[in-house]
Design a protein around this ligand. Structure first.
Ligand SMILES: [Zn+2]
Length: 398
């Protein structure tokens, strides 16, 4: 990069769909905006700006449209990447869809003296919702600086301090009993975390950002695994995101595919199948015991209704059929370790209607104890599906 005594912006004019929308960056990014950015980033007022076409390329820009909604600002030896919010903030994350792309370009560029900023353009929806704030905090954690923060968010875009901090924030804003989230972060033991991230559609933006933030917070003693979850076509995160994660080097990336699941079923009876867990998250949402609502991540497990050991003994089933039943999200419930153990040892039963009952052999003292920790006596109606009923039937058939 050339040493520059006057700050210089270089900005690709074309967005991916400019030809259809008629919206180009030289319309959106006015002199006022550039001048504001220049003062904030460099402390000086004079600047040069050049809007370039798709065929332009240099060490920061490829001969393509504007990927990542970026402006490149060069001053002295420093290059600053500025990513602009989308004009539309209607959908869950439509306002920040370009952010992972911007970050990928920034992170993978070899220039040493570099910074990345986010600039809020006027937008048609609410870009200050709790969901967006969570995303901005992830961005801050990953290394973004923020310009022109909306007044309602001033003082709130703080970086997360640990992976647990992210998990806590998620719990505070949790939507229980629904699998709406694109990404789930699970803590299994003090230093062991699993990220279940959907990799299709808009979900891949959430998953990428969460992983970039977590990667910044991983401690040497931590073991973090990203399970890439894609029910539709088994595809992974975009190659550029995977390349960044691999170069960060502290998150183990596992794609949930058929081969992995076959091996799990062959080798293990207890079946810690990633696909089963991903499907439970998708169907039941954040992990909490279905019988006591306990949500302490380290003690919540995916309990099979029709046990895997029984499925594996079925001589009438093909291996693929066994795999299907063993990983079916409707063949499972979240339970705390206490309730899982009582369910598996027939101290506690579930009926096809979802009613909870206990073994007749219990002492009144034990029954009283189980009563005290079992706050749910009937499963929610939404869980009583035809397949749930079928699996309960199989569980108790001899
Ligand atoms: Zn429980």
């Amino acid at each position: 990069m050339k040493y520059r005594t006057i700050p210089k912006f270089i900005i690709k004019r074309n967005m991916q769909k400019s030809a259809q929308t008629g919206i180009y960056f030289d319309y959106l990014i006015t002199d006022n905006i550039l001048s504001h950015i220049c003062v904030e980033v460099t402390g000086t007022q004079n600047y040069e700006a050049e809007f370039v076409e798709n065929d332009y390329s240099d060490e920061f820009l490829e001969a393509k449209y504007n990927q990542g909604r970026l402006a490149i600002l060069q001053y002295h030896n420093t290059v600053t990447y500025i990513s602009f919010s989308d004009e539309k903030c209607e959908g869950r994350n439509s306002g920040i869809q370009s952010v992972p792309t911007a970050f990928n370009r920034f992170y993978s560029n070899a220039h040493e003296d570099k910074e990345i900023y986010f600039y809020f353009l006027p937008c048609s929806g609410n870009n200050a919702s709790p969901y967006y704030l969570f995303m901005y905090r992830l961005m801050k954690t990953a290394g973004f600086n923020f310009l022109n923060i909306p007044s309602s968010l001033i003082g709130h875009i703080t970086p997360f301090t640990s992976i647990d901090d992210i998990i806590h924030e998620r719990k505070e804003n949790r939507d229980r009993n629904s699998g709406n989230n694109a990404t789930y972060i699970i803590k299994n033991s003090p230093n062991e975390y699993e990220i279940f991230g959907k990799t299709y559609g808009a979900n891949k933006y959430d998953t990428s950002l969460i992983c970039y933030a977590i990667s910044k917070l991983v401690q040497p003693e931590d073991k973090v695994t990203l399970y890439e979850y894609n029910e539709k076509n088994l595809r992974e995160l975009p190659a550029a995101s995977l390349a960044v994660l691999r170069s960060m080097g502290n998150i183990n990336i596992v794609n949930i595919n058929d081969e992995l699941e076959r091996r799990e079923l062959e080798e293990s009876d207890s079946l810690r199948s990633p696909r089963f867990n991903a499907r439970l998250l998708d169907r039941l949402g954040e992990r909490h015991c279905v019988l006591c609502n306990c949500a302490i991540s380290e003690i919540i497990q995916g309990a099979h209704i029709w046990p895997v050991s029984d499925i594996k003994r079925m001589v009438t089933l093909t291996f693929d059929e066994k795999l299907e039943y063993a990983t079916d999200g409707e063949n499972g419930l979240w339970m705390c370790q206490n309730h899982h153990k009582m369910f598996d040892t027939n101290i506690l039963f579930l009926s096809t209607a979802g009613e909870v009952s206990y073994s007749a052999d219990l002492t009144s003292e034990d029954k009283e104890y189980i009563d005290s920790i079992t706050t749910v006596t009937n499963l929610p109606a939404s869980l009583i599906t035809p397949r749930y009923i079928k699996y309960i039937g199989r569980r108790y058939s001899l």
